[in-house]
Unconditional design. Structure first.
Length: 197
């Protein structure tokens, strides 16, 4: 593997290089596997994250000759493959979200360590429970768009590329998903905690 493939080369250059030297593809894994794995773990739990991530990169390796080399960043392509792999677990994800909404026991064991004070953790836990119920009520297409943008931090264009759809469709699905989430949460906004004087 050349130094240029490891440092500074675009994802497209790495993929193209892997056509001649398959081992070069490992650089793509090194760059993006941790992000894909975290996204999958948030969706399906730690127990499936490694398997889904491995399957994602296996499929990417198998399809690498079909990659559009005009796109220097492979993240949307990889998230799209991950979304297709996760589709077989859609029912499990919905069951997990519904169980969390009912019990408050987070099935993916997400910690709330980012909040410094206990009151914030309690409020956040309750909000996460309500949000889980709202997410469980979304269709797969709406949930996929919302979570690719919110959790994978993809742009509208990258999300459209990942899902093989248009930006207009992404905007429409995101709008509908947000509207359904707001309706399910009522006046509560899970992203905003206000303090009373």
């Amino acid at each position: 593997m050349t130094v240029s493939t490891r440092h500074g080369a675009s994802d497209a250059a790495v993929i193209e290089g892997s056509w001649r030297e398959p081992g070069v593809f490992a650089a793509l894994y090194e760059r993006h596997a941790a992000h894909i794995s975290r996204y999958v773990a948030r969706r399906l739990g730690d127990d499936l994250a490694d398997d889904v991530t491995a399957e994602t990169f296996y499929r990417a390796f198998e399809k690498r000759r079909h990659y559009d080399l005009g796109r220097p960043d492979a993240r949307p392509w990889l998230y799209g493959i991950a979304a297709n792999v996760m589709a077989q677990y859609h029912r499990r994800e919905t069951r997990m979200l519904r169980a969390f909404a009912r019990s408050g026991a987070d099935p993916v064991a997400q910690t709330y360590g980012q909040w410094e004070d206990a009151d914030d953790r309690v409020v956040a836990s309750g909000m996460h429970q309500s949000l889980a119920a709202a997410l469980a009520g979304l269709s797969r297409a709406h949930r996929e768009v919302l979570l690719l943008i919110a959790w994978a931090d993809l742009s509208y264009e990258e999300t459209a590329q990942a899902l093989g759809t248009s930006v207009g469709t992404v905007r429409s699905r995101l709008h509908r998903a947000r509207r359904k989430i707001r309706a399910a949460l009522g006046d509560g906004n899970p992203m905003l905690v206000t303090e009373e004087s």
